[in-house]
Design a protein around this ligand. Structure first.
Ligand code: FUB
Length: 318
């Protein structure tokens, strides 16, 4: 009587599959989600939290990638890159973002620079969304000495990349102060100066996306963090503050999110502290459906244990 379910579970385990609800992955701590909808499949990139239960700081060496055909069943693809993929970095696989251009996948990621004190942003490239990725430039695109607005060494973190309809790409990033550059079409060089952007109570984890004619700039505000957003008529604003869309977590003070469209629905990925022994340095990626009101504003998003309903892509199979 129990043979069939056990066999199915064994096959799922062997295939590296994980069945969601939230948190999405129960066997590892996973933080700072970045996501991409590509050819009917959602790819989810997370930093792996490896701090011990009594850890007092982040231990993050590598990123992991998962994919799903239906937003419910997730397949593990292992680690497509780690902090040392960047030869000029020494540690800390912090938050990242991903985009696709001309058939290549560009992964913008935060790491600790080995010779310029502080965090830096690198860009890695691959022909496949599951990697392997290699350093696309051999140097950081952003280093801590390029920005002078704050004295902290971690103000150049949390990149988010966005390609506008006219092909112009933007890289936003920052902690305490939000900054952006335009990217050249090669996606690995700045095209012009660094700009700063004022949004209310900005902490970190900016995210830029567009729906219909409206641009949405969202970020983690305050500390402990809640997710807030503004809207604007262009990828550089001017920005109108619209409010909080997700409340802060119970224990972990960060909440880093990413927003995508997939199969006609919108989703927000974020992290929380809801795995047993979870907390500040042991976080877990989760996902909810995101709904827009008729006027384009975003409805408040409660965190749930169930996550979104299945949304299977025709023709996508694990
Ligand atoms: O994971 C390390 C840092 O914590 C990220 O860069 C921030 O967004 C916060 O989640």
């Amino acid at each position: 009587m129990f043979k069939k379910p056990l066999a199915v579970a064994a096959i799922a385990l062997l295939a590296g599959a994980a069945q969601a609800g939230n948190p999405l992955f129960k066997d590892k701590f996973t933080a700072d989600p970045a996501a991409l909808s590509d050819n009917g499949r959602v790819y989810l990139y997370v930093g792996r939290d490896e701090a011990p239960v009594d850890g007092k700081d982040y231990v993050m060496k590598e990123w992991l990638v998962y994919s799903s055909c239906d937003m419910k069943n997730w397949k593990a693809h292992g680690s497509p890159l780690n902090a040392l993929t960047f030869g000029w970095a020494k540690k800390d696989a912090w938050a990242a973002d991903i985009t696709k251009r001309n058939g290549k996948y560009y992964f913008y990621s935060t790491v600790e620079h080995n010779s310029i004190p502080g965090k830096a942003i690198g860009v890695a490239v691959s022909d496949s969304p599951t990697g392997p990725f290699k350093d696309a430039r051999g140097s950081a695109i952003i280093t801590n000495d390029m920005t002078r607005e704050t004295d902290i060494s971690w103000d150049d973190i949390d990149p988010t990349v966005f390609i506008d309809d006219n092909g112009q790409a933007y890289l936003y990033w920052g902690n305490q102060v939000l900054k952006y550059i335009k990217l050249k079409p090669n996606m690995i060089e700045a095209d012009g100066p660094i700009h700063t952007v004022a949004v209310p109570h900005f902490t970190e984890a900016a995210y830029l996306h567009k729906r219909k004619d409206t641009y949405y700039l969202s970020w983690s505000r305050e500390f402990p963090e809640e997710t807030a957003y503004s809207t604007g008529p262009s990828a550089t604003g001017p920005w109108t503050y619209r409010g909080v869309i997700m409340s802060k977590n119970a224990v972990v003070k960060t909440i880093h999110h990413a927003i995508i469209e997939h199969n006609g629905k919108s989703y927000i990925f974020y992290h929380n502290d809801k795995l047993p022994t979870g907390g500040e340095y042991r976080r877990s990626a989760a996902v909810e459906e995101l709904h827009y009101n008729p006027d384009g504003t975003i409805r408040f998003i409660p965190q749930t244990a169930e996550g979104p309903a299945a949304n299977a892509s025709p023709g996508c199979q694990d």
